[in-house]
Write a protein that binds this ligand. Structure first.
Ligand code: RP5
Length: 163
């Protein structure tokens, strides 16, 4: 398992689907677990240990509201942790954004944007970290960037054709 993805609740699952798609597209071995920093603290701790033993390189922690999942995961491991705040709360995800990004010094969490885009970027950042020691992943990342650029050009052309 190269990437461990933890979501704080099954209600967070729709947020993580794009990230799963990317993991599969780049052929990166990953695991996905529902575990909560406050509702299942022991499970969270045990899972981190299990993933470390299986050779995980990066954790992604996705949670909403007073989101401390990423910070808690980071407190139990020295492997990089990427946090994704979930939106949809009474505060529109600002609560989770601040909880995830404003880690006190000493225990870093790399915080992405709120929601689905943040989760997809978390997957890409995790893949970029893995690509530091995997040339084939770097090549796939470059191909992905080229494809995105081509898509932009095609979209522009489509609009031009309508003018
Ligand atoms: C957080 O609280 C979860 O990550 C989720 O985003 C939010 C709401 O959880 P549920 O009440 O839907 O289980 O812990």
């Amino acid at each position: 398992m190269k990437v461990g993805i933890f979501i704080g609740s099954d209600s967070d699952f729709p947020i993580v689907e794009g990230a799963i798609h990317l993991m599969k597209k780049f052929d990166v071995k990953f695991g996905l677990e529902v575990t909560s920093a406050h509702r299942s603290p022991e499970r969270t701790r045990t899972l981190i240990k299990k993933y470390e033993e299986s050779g995980v390189s990066v954790f992604i922690a996705i949670a909403g509201k007073a989101a401390h999942l990423a910070g808690v995961v980071a407190s139990h491991t020295t492997r990089p942790v990427i946090g994704v705040p979930v939106g949809g709360s009474e505060l529109g995800g600002l609560d989770a954004l601040l909880s995830t990004s404003q880690m006190p010094k000493g225990i870093p969490v790399a915080c992405m944007g709120i929601g689905k885009s943040g989760a997809s970027n978390a997957a890409l950042l995790a893949i970029q970290i893995l690509a530091l020691s995997d040339l084939s992943l770097e090549e796939k990342l470059k191909a992905n960037r080229s494809q995105m650029a081509a898509n932009v050009e095609a979209a522009s052309q489509k609009i031009q054709d309508k003018l």
